[in-house]
Structure formats: structure tokens, C-alpha cells
Design a binder for this molecule. Structure first.
Ligand SMILES: [Zn+2]
Length: 477
């Protein structure tokens, strides 16, 4: 009897296997003939078939002529290039309740531009963001995956709405408790009024709790002190720039000494000193230290250029303004007004400073620092448009000296690595989530080719070029 059962089972298995051989396998999505861009090696693998099931890349094999699959959606990607969905590693969803709807309407712009993940670097819309995230996951809303800091931590009477004020080191545990209760993805520290002591205490205690940290920091402390305590990301280039000054220690001491006097040394005064004492050897040594400590940096070159040219550039006819709500457009006035007040000397200094910042990018890359592409798009950041601005950032990173492959990494695998999500995201690989962009041309030949988008795939859901165009059209204000 037992033998018979075994025999029956054997035959049954044999028949099943036979059927499987004859019948094409069934998948949610099949992409054939694709040139797969491996962002890690910087190589293109041609002639690949990708199988996607339940939103995950289940297999990548050579496309074989005559081999068929059963699928609702098949894309012949002949002549096209597949990259992972892009990451904008620094955006803001903010502007208060009154601008909640307008912020929500920005989310499809990211998808339309091939950006499947954004890192929200702090704001005042966190409960709404959590809801949007759920709606996006349930396919009720088109938008990217949102990694959010929730409210920023800052000092007393912070300039940004919704920030949590942390006045003393004794207040740090409660602030971190409240972020953990909210379930934020990382801690964003801002420096409108925060003390250096509190900044370092936040980094140290967040590290002990296993929370990631990123921030702007006061010039009363050094980036070296912050990375020693476990800072994960330094936003913008100011702080690494200061660390490249041959006189960083004495300069920091001077700023600290002046803090509680009637004439505290201002940020821009100190920047001027850093500029004239910046030393490439000191900088290189510091970048190596950053690389060793795994502290990543978000250069945000594009926004610096846009803000620097606000006086001269007329943005009133920008096509992209059509997607920006009137309330958010009003917030653009703040930076615009302060730009108008800038003296010719200040404008020139900022221009020189930006040129210096550009030289830091290849130097950091060479030292092994993890660079992250981030646009800083959001309310208040005038004319830095959600979606489009990340592609501009990539162009500037290449202009500054990165290879297209290095630049592409800053907007894909690097962010996933830094945020601890590389198991699922950041490259085109079997087992990863099917967040993909199909491009018309090879981005490794020209980084601007990230703008020639043929198809966007978000968790296996396909948006054709036509659908993306409709999506954009429907987002016009
Ligand atoms: Zn920002």
C-alpha cells in the first residue's frame, strides 16, 4: 500500500513537472529584451528578461527567442535601459495644514519623474504624511515611498513650524521618545537655535536607540565631533566644508566664544573665514575620516544654484509652475525677498562658494564618502520643483566631476544603503521590490538620459509614458 502511494505521488509530481515544461509560466509582469543597468558595478547587462510577481522581481534571465510567458502585462524593452526607481534623498513636505492638499498634489510629480522613494527631511505635516503613505500603499494615491523625519528637532523658538524645541541636554530623551512614538524613520536636527551641546547629545542618544540621524549643525561644534557620536547624514556641504578649513578648531572656538555676547559671529561671516582658510589636504583627510565613519552627505548643488541666481533669473514663465499650487508659490516669496536684499558682494561670495562646493564633490567621492542626491524640493524652496529638480541635481553632480555611474548611485543604491533598505530597494536585482524606470537611452553615457522616461514601475504597477503624461496633465493647478 505504502509503495503504491509513493508510486502515485511520484507519477503525479512527474506529470506536474511535465505540464510546467509545456505551459508558459504565469507572472504579473514580464519585461523582455531589456538592457539592465547594474548601478553597483556601473555596467549594462543586455538582453534580459525580468519577471515580476506580487511587486517583487522574482527572476532576471537572458531573453530566449521563442520562450513565452503568461502575463497580463508584457513590455518589450528592446533598445531601452532599466534602472532602479530613483531616490530623492532630501525633500520637504511642509507649510502647515493650509498647504496640506497642495503638498499632497506634489506626490504624483515624483512618480512621473521616475522617483519612487523620497526622504522627507522634516516638516510640519507628519500625521498627513503617514496617511498618504497608507493611501499610496493601498493604490488610492499615486506617489513615492516616503521616508520621513516627521518634525525637526531644533532649539527653543525654532524658525520652522512644527519643530520640536530641545532647550537642554536634559530634554533630549523626551524629544526622542516623542519621535519614536510617532514612528518616524530618522531624526532630523536643524540649527536655527539649537546649541552645539544639545546637537551632540541628540546624535549620541539617538545612536544608542538605533535611530538614524541627519542634520544641519551649529558652527560652535565640528562635524568631526558629530560623526564620532554616530551622525549618519550631514545635509548640504557647509559642515564638511568647515571641516576642510586648516583653522577649524580656532574658528570654532571663536564662534563659540562669541555666541552669548552682543555680537555673535554670524553664519556667513564664519563661512567667509572658512572659505579663505579651506585647505584641500585638510579636507581630503577629513573626507577619509567621514568615509570610515560611514557619514553620508547630501550636496544639494541644484538648489544652491537656483537660490544664488534668484536675483537675475526670471522664473515667472517656468513650465513647471503649472504643477505648483498657489499657496506653495506664495511661500517662494520668502527666499526671493531675501535674495533681492543681497548685496552684489554677497551674491559673488555665494557664487564662489558654490564653485568651491563643486570641487568638494569629486574629492569626497574619491575619499569614499557616500554621496546622496537630494533636491531640497518643497514649499519655501523657491523654484526647486519636485521631481524635475533631482534630475538637475544629477546633471550638476556629473558637471562637478562624478561619472554618470557614480551620480546614478547617489540617487539609487546609496540612499537605500544609508537608510538600511538595500535588501529591498536601490538596484535591479532578483528579490528586490520592482521599483523600476525604463529609459529610452543609456544613462551611463549621459546622465541627462534619466529624463527620457519610457515607463515607470512602482512596486510592480506599470505607468506607461502616456499614463505619466495624463498623470502630469491632471496635476496642473
Ligand atoms: Zn532641506
Amino acid at each position: 500500500m505504502k509503495l503504491l502511494t509513493t508510486l502515485a505521488l511520484f507519477l503525479y509530481t512527474f506529470l506536474l513537472a511535465g505540464c510546467a515544461l509545456l505551459q508558459p509560466s504565469t507572472h504579473d509582469l514580464v519585461i523582455t529584451n531589456a538592457n539592465v543597468v547594474d548601478v553597483v558595478s556601473g555596467k549594462v547587462f543586455p538582453g534580459k528578461t525580468l519577471l515580476v510577481d506580487a511587486g517583487v522581481i522574482t527572476d532576471i534571465t537572458d531573453t530566449k527567442p521563442g520562450k513565452t510567458y503568461k502575463s497580463d502585462t508584457t513590455i518589450d524593452a528592446q533598445g531601452k535601459y532599466i534602472i532602479p526607481g530613483l531616490w530623492d534623498n532630501h525633500i520637504h513636505l511642509r507649510g502647515g495644514m493650509a498647504l496640506e492638499e497642495e503638498n499632497k498634489r506634489l506626490l504624483p510629480l515624483y512618480i512621473a519623474n521616475g522617483i519612487t522613494t523620497v526622504r522627507d527631511a522634516g516638516g510640519d505635516l507628519y500625521p498627513a504624511i503617514r496617511q498618504w503613505r497608507d493611501e499610496i500603499a493601498a493604490e488610492k494615491l499615486v506617489g513615492p515611498r516616503i521616508i520621513s523625519a516627521g518634525p525637526k528637532l531644533d532649539g527653543p523658538n525654532p524658525i520652522w513650524e512644527g519643530s520640536i524645541p530641545v532647550a537642554t541636554v536634559a530634554d533630549v530623551p523626551a524629544a526622542l521618545d516623542s519621535l519614536q512614538r510617532l514612528g518616524v524613520d530618522f531624526v532630523k536636527i536643524y540649527d536655527s537655535t539649537i546649541s552645539g551641546e544639545v546637537f551632540l547629545a541628540i546624535v549620541e542618544q539617538a545612536e544608542a536607540r538605533g535611530m538614524k540621524t541627519s542634520g544641519h549643525m551649529p558652527f560652535t561644534i565640528t562635524l568631526g565631533e558629530a560623526i564620532d557620536r554616530g551622525l549618519d547624514i550631514t545635509e548640504h556641504l557647509y559642515y564638511a566644508f568647515k571641516a576642510g578649513s586648516a583653522q577649524e578648531d580656532s574658528l570654532t572656538a571663536l564662534v563659540r566664544k562669541s555666541t552669548y555676547t552682543d555680537q555673535p559671529i554670524g553664519f556667513y561671516t564664519a563661512l567667509g573665514w572658512v572659505y579663505s582658510s579651506y585647505d584641500t589636504t585638510t579636507a581630503r583627510q577629513f573626507f577619509q575620516r567621514m568615509a570610515k565613519a560611514n557619514t553620508a552627505v547630501v550636496p544639494t548643488l541644484h538648489i544652491s544654484r537656483v537660490l544664488n541666481n534668484l536675483q537675475q533669473d526670471d522664473h515667472s514663465t517656468d513650465d513647471y509652475l503649472a504643477y505648483i499650487g498657489p499657496g506653495i508659490q506664495q511661500t517662494y516669496a520668502r527666499r526671493f525677498d531675501s535674495a533681492k536684499r543681497q548685496s552684489a558682494e554677497t551674491v559673488q561670495f555665494m557664487r564662489d562658494l558654490n564653485a568651491r562646493f563643486h570641487t568638494m564633490v569629486p574629492a569626497m567621492q574619491q575619499a569614499g564618502v557616500t554621496l546622496l542626491a537630494g533636491s531640497d524640493a518643497g514649499a519655501y524652496n523657491s523654484y526647486v520643483y519636485p521631481g524635475e529638480s533631482l534630475h538637475k541635481e544629477l546633471e550638476l553632480l556629473v558637471e562637478a566631476g562624478l561619472t554618470p555611474a557614480q551620480a546614478l548611485r547617489t540617487a539609487t543604491i546609496n540612499g537605500a544603503n544609508v537608510m538600511g533598505k538595500a535588501q529591498q530597494y536601490g538596484s535591479v536585482q532578483q528579490g528586490k521590490v520592482a521599483d523600476l524606470v525604463i529609459l529610452d537611452n543609456n544613462p551611463l553615457e549621459n546622465i541627462s538620459h534619466t529624463q527620457g522616461i519610457h515607463t515607470v514601475i512602482f512596486g510592480g504597477k506599470v505607468y506607461t509614458a502616456e499614463e505619466l503624461e495624463h498623470l502630469l496633465e491632471s496635476q496642473k493647478e
